[in-house]
Write a protein that binds this ligand. Structure first.
Ligand code: PXP
Length: 241
């Protein structure tokens, strides 16, 4: 059965809109755990536009399920990960102007730095996942550099404009999953997943973990985050093999 990590970045986005102290991502994380989430994900961006250092330190102490820190390989952020030792880091590319993470990490072009970061994380007992497009070269580079897992980028699936296009994207994710399993990598997936499109990827077997943020936080505005997270867990349980 696939697991859900709730990405709570956008709880912090609301707080940062007023530079105040509410809503608190720490509270949100507890609500997600009470809903049955298996993990909490946050992205500590270099510009601290939503999640701040204070959140990462507190969440690392208070989250009792998996704490997954999404981050770039920038040295200052890598040092924070080494210090706090989250359960897992998910390595992502990061551009200052982007609205959200764009594209996957280019593992093939950054093997030396990636291998170094993986080694440093492993030294601290932290699992490493690389966020990549479902491309053989990227999957092989993730395995070669010692990553434990890959998170397959589902953005292209989420943006598909027709059923046919969506099916093609699912095929690419399945091919990527097969290659990752051959390379002994655990398979995660995320980006752009919603209550409406989760079925197509949750029904791919051996997808171990989903990272979902925007859709859950959007729904939480109307029904509360505990219910919003619980509804997504129910859908994942229904469709995953
Ligand atoms: N996975 C990764 C690597 C991401 O960068 C993001 C966005 O922060 C997500 C998953 C969650 O994406 P969404 O907010 O579209 O659910």
């Amino acid at each position: 059965m696939a697991l859900l990590n709730v990405n709570i970045d956008h709880i912090a986005t609301i707080r940062q809109a007023r530079l105040t102290d509410e809503p608190d991502p720490v509270w949100a994380a507890t609500e997600c755990e009470l809903a049955g989430a298996n993990g909490i994900t946050v992205h500590l961006r270099q510009d601290r536009r939503h999640i701040c250092d204070r959140d990462v330190y507190l969440l690392n102490e208070t989250v009792s399920c998996k704490f997954n820190l999404e981050m770039s390989m920038t040295e200052s952020i890598v040092k924070i990960a080494e210090e706090i030792r989250p359960d897992q880091v998910t390595l992502v590319p990061e551009n200052r102007q982007e609205l959200t993470t764009e594209g996957g990490l280019n593992c093939a072009a950054n093997k030396t730095r990636l291998a170094e970061v993986v080694k440093r994380m492993h030294k601290k007992g932290i699992l490493v996942s690389a966020f990549i497009i479902p491309d053989k070269e990227q999957i092989d580079a993730s395995a070669e550099t010692g990553c434990d897992a890959i998170e397959l980028h589902t953005g292209m699936y989420a943006n598909a404009k027709s059923q046919k296009q969506a099916e093609k994207r699912v095929e690419e994710l399945i091919t990527g999953r097969d290659r990752a399993i051959e390379q002994n990598l655990v398979v995660h997936a995320g980006h752009g997943l919603t209550y409406r499109n989760i079925a197509g990827v949750a029904s791919i077997s051996d997808m171990c973990e989903f990272n979902i943020g925007h859709s859950i936080i959007s729904r939480s505005v109307f029904v509360g985050i505990r219910q919003a997270a619980a509804e997504m867990i129910k859908l994942i349980d229904k469709f995953s093999k």
